[in-house]
Design a protein around this ligand. Structure first.
Ligand code: GLV
Ligand code: MG
Length: 348
């Protein structure tokens, strides 16, 4: 028998907070990574926090083995001392089968669990990984008298994780969302690439032979289209959020913007920023386009109860376009609430 529906809303440990019925509303256009073992980077966190929606202390890949403990301690120091305003604080812990995961959880939740919004769990393979972290978090929340649930964000970066994506998304009311991890996923799938996200010049479709025997066009395709679409469906079906992950070529802002925009259009809420210049790219891409917002507001105005059909600028609108308009207008309101400049641009 599967777990009864009501059981999902009971705390998994006596004294742990009641699980969320719904995901708390938050603007999360970029999840900005910092390496907590580097003092210079820790010092920049309060300033960074003013520019981003989420700040994440990374304990996993990119942190050398000999710096894992320093990263953990550095993250705890930041969480204890940095003024972050309403910016969310996340950490990416090491994966479940690593020698560091358990101490990451015990030390971080023990020291600063009350400050922590989300634990990002890498290399998730199935719902069993989420169940384990769910139970552990409940025990730690109870022990440390944490007043609200710490959420889980899974990285989609193993072939088995992609196979089990729906079950992962549905595994717990603690699930916040998922990010695509294109670098690990490429390795896990046996893809023949050496990149962190983005396209590949050889992955594409050749135009049919031309009657004039002229050179044939080759159209590059998006390597990540299938996975992002699958992730968005799994997440939206379960009331959680999908994110594009890292874009590793810091010298190619245009390609980063294109990859982020594909993810945005397909339904993602945000992406990771690994370099300060990716913050503005994410802000631009994941805040809805002002013309789209103005048009969406026109649709909502023209159809106050969301039913019927009207023509606006020669385009047919009905209940379904009203719903699309609402997605854009709701996001624009969230952006406007945070950013008075954008509120003006949107006319909100
Ligand atoms: C991120 O963790 C990735 O592997 O792309
Ligand atoms: Mg990874």
């Amino acid at each position: 028998m599967t777990k009864p529906a009501r059981k999902f809303l009971e705390p998994l440990a006596i004294g742990a907070p009641t699980p969320y019925r719904e995901l708390p509303v938050a603007l999360e256009r970029m999840i900005h990574f910092f390496p907590p073992h580097v003092e210079k980077m820790r010092a920049k966190v309060p300033d960074m926090a003013k520019q981003v929606d989420v700040i994440l202390g990374n304990l996993e890949d990119a942190i050398p083995a000999e710096a894992k403990e320093a990263a953990r301690a550095g993250f705890i120091e930041v969480a204890r001392t940095a003024e972050l305003g309403d910016t969310k604080l996340w950490t990416r812990v090491n994966c479940l089968n690593s020698p560091w995961f358990l101490d990451d959880m015990l030390d971080v939740v023990g020291a600063v669990g009350e400050r922590l919004d989300v634990v990002m769990l890498p290399k998730v393979e199935g719902p069993w990984d989420i169940h384990y972290l769910d139970q552990l978090l409940a025990q730690l929340e109870a022990r440390h008298r944490i007043s609200r649930p710490i959420m889980i964000h899974a990285i989609l970066e193993t072939a088995l994780g992609v196979e089990n994506i729906g079950a992962i998304a549905a595994a717990s009311p603690r699930m916040h969302g998922m990010s695509l991890g294109p670098a690990d996923l490429a390795a896990s799938r046996g893809m023949k690439t050496t990149r962190v996200g983005g396209g590949h010049p050889f992955y594409g479709v050749m135009e049919d032979p031309r009657a004039d025997q002229g050179p044939r066009a080759f159209y590059q395709q998006d390597l990540w289209h299938y996975t992002v679409a699958k992730m968005v469906d799994a997440c939206q079906a379960n009331g959680i959020k999908a994110f594009y992950g890292p874009f590793g070529d810091f010298s190619d802002n245009e390609a980063c913007e294109a990859q982020f925009r594909n993810a945005f259009l397909l339904g993602c809420a945000g992406a990771w920023s690994l370099h300060p210049k990716q913050i503005d790219i994410a802000k631009k891409v994941f805040s809805p386009d002002p013309d789209e917002v103005i048009f969406a507001l026109k649709i909502l105005d023209a159809m106050p109860d969301g039913t019927g059909a009207v023509m606006i600028d020669g385009k047919m609108q009905d209940d379904a376009t009203w719903k699309q308009a609402k997605v854009i207008a709701d996001l624009a309101r969230q952006v406007a609430a945070k950013d008075p400049e954008m509120a003006k641009v949107y006319g909100l």
